[in-house]
Design a protein around this ligand. Structure first.
Ligand code: HAM
Length: 423
């Protein structure tokens, strides 16, 4: 019997962690620069929350959720619904009229796994609740672009507007009329969607459907005056902030809660999984979920996709390193080495040691493997003299150091010597 993770679930191994930490550190820092505060949410919610927010007719709710039917609970497929549930439950709007919140963590969707598409994946998610101004939309996209730039990643930004409950229904009717004319040429999914969710036909990936929708009515030409003003102001804001973008009137997004602005950050370097992040406005959603009538907008970046792109950019593998490796020769040396390592670690020194009593050669090899800057060689002879050999692993210079005094004192002596060495 093989012991392995289930399909679509992936370990993040120590050699990959530097990328994940960088993604988290850079984005946390940028979120804070823009005034966002972190919120941590449970990974499970009542199933009905997702049906009410993401939409009953979406692929996510129809086929991709991990639901515990007997418990009425579902592993979250995205963070927005959970975050809004928490926002409403704790009446956060009473504390501050505009809330800027971010969260980082795993999401679950039962999709067909492939490069950049997992069943457990991670998102960096940012939401602004309580602000309707188009300048917030452009600022949020500029923040997403800043994260990507600081991670050294190139991406294009595509934007669209999906209108509002006032203008979308008439566009929907126009679109249905258009699609019905070509019903027999559409793929079976799109034929079904023509009546249930016609906007989804606009982003079908099948070539036949794509050609047909090329001449379909444009949602951007059907916006009401208020949505048009909003969209123009978003574009003007992006231009003011120097964020390049293109219009994509076919972008509809796979979640039903969007109104007005939607956007995606795309890359050419991940094959089929081109979207590294996406988001948009959801002005009616909070009220629909039983909360106050407040507007909202947000986006999420997919961390696996960011990490894959960073890996492609990496020239050499960055590895973790230790400050000091203690090579202890003999039982007494091992015991004293353990205590010394403990005090060095409490002084902040990354200290490696193993207790297997292996040869000096084997231990020095291990010191190299963990990329230790120094090795401290302790043998019985040296211990008799209250001393040890400190080897600089870069130049291979070796000097005798004193272990006089008790273990904390000896640790301080070594700490002082190694911290004054050039990096
Ligand atoms: P989404 O487009 O479903 O939007 O997902 C956002 C990002 O998560 C995608 O662009 C992609 O990078 C990543 N992602 C999605 N599914 C997978 C997967 N199976 N494997 C790996 N990465 C994946 C949302 O989730 C919305 N909640 C975004 C949002 C926030 N809208 C408003 N606020």
């Amino acid at each position: 019997m093989k012991t392995q993770a289930i399909q679509g679930f992936k370990d993040i191994l120590p050699d990959e962690m530097h990328r994940w930490l960088r993604i988290e550190n850079v984005s946390r820092d940028i979120f804070q620069r823009f005034g966002f505060r972190e919120i941590r949410l449970p990974i499970m919610e009542e199933t009905s929350l997702f049906a009410r927010s993401i939409g009953q007719d979406t692929d996510i709710v129809e086929k991709e959720m991990y639901t515990f039917a007997d418990k009425g609970a579902t592993l979250r497929p995205e963070a927005t619904a959970s975050l809004l549930r928490a926002f409403i439950e704790h009446a956060l709007h009473l504390k501050q009229p505009v809330q800027r919140l971010f969260t980082i963590g795993p999401m679950f969707r039962h999709e067909r796994p492939q490069k950049g598409r997992l069943r457990q994946f991670h998102q960096l998610d940012a939401e602004v609740i309580g602000a309707k101004e188009p300048d917030v939309d452009s600022e949020l996209m500029a923040m997403g672009a800043m994260i990507l730039t600081e991670l050294g990643l190139a991406a294009s930004l595509e934007i669209n507007s999906l209108g509002c409950p006032r203008c979308r229904p008439s566009f929907r009717e126009q679109l249905i009329d258009y699609l019905r004319q070509y019903s027999k040429d559409l793929c079976p999914d799109c034929r079904r969607r023509t009546d249930t969710n016609p906007l989804r036909v606009l982003d079908c990936k099948k070539s036949n459907c794509r050609e047909l929708v090329d001449d379909a009515p444009s949602i951007l030409a059907s916006l009401c005056a208020a949505c048009e003003d909003h969209f123009n102001a978003v574009c003007a804001g992006l231009e003011r902030l120097g964020v390049s973008y293109t219009l994509n009137r076919f972008m509809v997004r796979g979640l039903d809660y969007y109104t007005r602005t939607t956007f995606e950050f795309l890359t050419d370097n991940l094959g089929a999984q081109a979207a590294i992040g996406a988001g948009g406005r959801y002005d009616g959603l909070i009220e629909q979920l039983g909360g106050p009538a407040l507007p909202g907008i947000g986006f999420a970046l997919g961390m696996e996709r960011l990490a894959l792109l960073m890996e492609q950019n990496e020239e050499e593998k960055a590895a973790d390193s230790m400050d000091l490796y203690i090579a202890a020769l003999g039982e007494r040396a091992i015991r004293e080495g353990q205590v010394l390592a403990h005090h060095l670690r409490s002084l902040g020194v990354r200290t490696g040691i193993d207790y297997g009593g292996r040869s000096l050669k084997a231990q020095m090899k291990q010191a190299g493997r963990v990329r230790a800057r120094f090795a401290l060689i302790i043998g019985d002879d040296e211990l008799d003299r209250k001393a040890a050999q400190l080897r600089d692993m870069t130049g291979k210079d070796q000097q005798e150091v004193s272990l006089a005094g008790d273990a904390p004192q000896a640790a301080r002596t070594i700490h002082t010597i190694i911290s004054s060495a050039p990096a």
